[in-house]
Design a protein around this ligand. Structure first.
Ligand SMILES: *[C@@H]1O[C@H](CO)[C@@H](O)[C@H](O)[C@H]1NC(C)=O
Ligand SMILES: *[C@@H]1O[C@H](CO)[C@@H](O)[C@H](O)[C@H]1NC(C)=O
Length: 503
């Protein structure tokens, strides 16, 4: 057996175990062929010595905003995906976003396709953001998206004036997606609670960045999450609630999961590491809090972080994504849109943080690979589930991405041997095209030493970016897998055959 690539002397981690040391990974034509002891190599085999370090699957980041019209100073494909591979992510799912005025999705996909073609350092696909779900789109276009283009997920908003859908629209989409095996992602915050608060804050001239965190309280997320779950239960459709930041909202998810409803939860680094104090002015810059404006907002209390970490560790949270939705701080059209004639107006600050590069190392830093076992927030297999295996399966890339097993794409992160990878996160070392990182100065226990995409080293920390913009391939995705619970449940209180009268 001839391999193109053999990785020796690593400790392989999958979603279920840490394999014993001493196993080699043999790859050919971009795929993993076998895992075994003492695999042979020939003159044409590239051999990488992992020096006893952990090897985890290449990261799958299923929530990344690139080249979106509403973020003109944000990352495009070149800089966003360059940043992804430097942080261990080999697959991203970005967004193609329908405007309310778009009567068809096909031109939208074509437009977004142009921005990414031959411009991606990593493999990629799109979720569709639906803001105008007409009958024609649901009936005629979604099936083509799913079957011909392999776009098997949509994202919906319950908030933001220009994006939000009403409950009836959400239901129509859930029924359509269920029939197609598509996963529905939803941004759950109560628009009406939030708009009432914003009006009051503006009336009272409380418009500094910090008031963004006051404008979107936890109860707005809790209520909308419960409502979203009820809509999914009613439609008997799988759902993922994106970027969850509240323990109460997660308790609704957990309750649904114990009733075997197919409800999945996503959280992001900012909700595990950062608090709303970040939105306050710093002594040199009264507007600095704008850098940390995202929605849902950073929460107030260290107990919020603790609660989230418990949900990450115990399985309630399904995926861990970056929600990279960056805008520059110092550029025209970036965060400064929230400075109107020199006066801060939090409601005009573009939402979102950079994070596609720091996502995987931040979570890895909380595993027993980097901290003593009693201090670890999660196990290594749980890290792999959250950063790679679960998002791959949920979004129809199972069997191809997100695991280290024969037949899968040869996508890996090889970490530094313990103690050799300690580093401090610094803006100057990152590869995005954004002028700050929310994690500046944070010390973490390791950083990807090599990122490997389909058998090719694309990032070598000693040398930098090795891959090119032609390395990334478009991924045609299959049906999403339900990872929690099942479909076929009857909403509480409904009779067994009641639906047949109206469905
Ligand atoms: C988008 O690009 C991918 C890969 O280049 C292609 O397979 C797909 O058909 C394109 N879709 C549209 C609508 O252009
Ligand atoms: C997970 O942790 C959360 C927060 O502590 C808790 O509410 C939930 O019941 C836990 N779930 C399980 C299955 O232990």
């Amino acid at each position: 057996m001839d391999f193109d690539l053999v990785i020796r002397n690593g400790v392989i981690v999958t979603a279920s175990e840490v394999l014993p040391p001493g196993l080699d990974i043999g790859c050919r034509d971009g795929k993993i062929v076998c895992i075994g002891a003492g695999l042979p190599s020939s003159a044409s085999t590239q051999v990488i010595d992992a020096e006893g370090a952990y090897i985890t699957p290449g990261g799958v980041d299923s929530h990344v905003h690139l080249a979106q019209a509403n973020a003109p100073t944000g990352d495009g494909w070149e800089t966003g995906t360059r940043s992804a591979i430097a942080g261990g992510t080999t697959t991203i799912i970005a967004f193609a976003s329908q405007q309310k005025s778009d009567a068809s999705l096909f031109p939208v996909l074509e437009e977004y396709n142009k921005t990414s073609r031959d411009q991606s350092y990593c493999d990629y696909s799109y979720h569709f953001i639906l803001t105008n779900p007409t009958k024609e789109i649901l009936r005629d276009e979604l099936p083509v998206m799913a079957h011909e283009h392999g776009i098997t997920s949509v994202k919906l908003y319950m908030t933001y004036e220009i994006m939000k859908l009403n409950d009836r629209e959400v239901l129509d989409i859930l029924f359509a997606c269920k029939a197609l095996g598509m996963t529905t992602m939803i941004h759950a915050e109560s628009h009406d609670m939030i708009s009432l608060i914003i009006e009051g804050l503006e009336r009272n001239k409380h418009t500094e960045p910090y008031y963004h965190a006051i404008a979107r309280p936890r109860i707005a997320e809790d209520e909308a999450s419960y409502r979203a779950i009820s809509l999914a239960e009613f439609a008997d459709a799988p759902m993922l609630i994106v970027h969850m930041s509240s323990e109460v909202a997660l308790a609704h998810v957990r309750d649904a999961q114990t009733r075997l409803l197919p409800i999945h939860a996503e959280t992001c680094p900012q909700y595990l590491f950062l608090l709303s104090e970040r939105l306050k002015a710093d002594p040199h810059d009264h507007f600095a809090g704008a850098k940390h404006v995202c929605s849902p907002p950073l929460r107030h209390d260290p107990k919020d972080l603790e609660g989230l970490w418990r949900n990450v560790a115990n399985g309630t949270v399904t995926t861990f994504s970056s929600d990279h939705a960056a805008t520059k701080y110092f550029a025209e059209g970036g965060k400064r849109l929230g400075l109107v004639d020199g006066i801060p107006r939090f409601s005009k600050i573009p939402n979102g943080l950079p994070g596609v590069e720091t996502r995987v190392p931040l979570l890895f830093s909380q595993t027993p690979a980097c901290v003593p076992p009693e201090k670890a927030r999660l196990s290594l297999p749980r890290f792999v589930q959250l950063t790679a295996t679960n998002p791959a399966k949920l979004y129809g890339l199972g069997g191809r991405k997100g695991s280290i097993a024969p037949g899968y794409d040869a996508d890996f992160i090889i970490w530094h041997p313990s103690d050799k990878g300690i580093c401090t996160i610094q803006q100057k070392n990152l590869h995005h095209d954004i002028d700050y990182t929310p994690y500046e100065g944070m010390e973490i226990g390791n950083w990807p030493r090599y990122t490997i995409l389909r058998g090719q080293v694309v990032w070598d920390q000693a040398k930098g970016i090795i891959g090119t913009m032609k390395c990334g391939q478009w991924l045609k995705r299959g049906r999403g897998e339900v990872l929690v619970g099942k479909t076929g449940n009857l909403p509480r209180g409904m009779l067994e055959d009641e639906r047949k009268y109206w469905l």
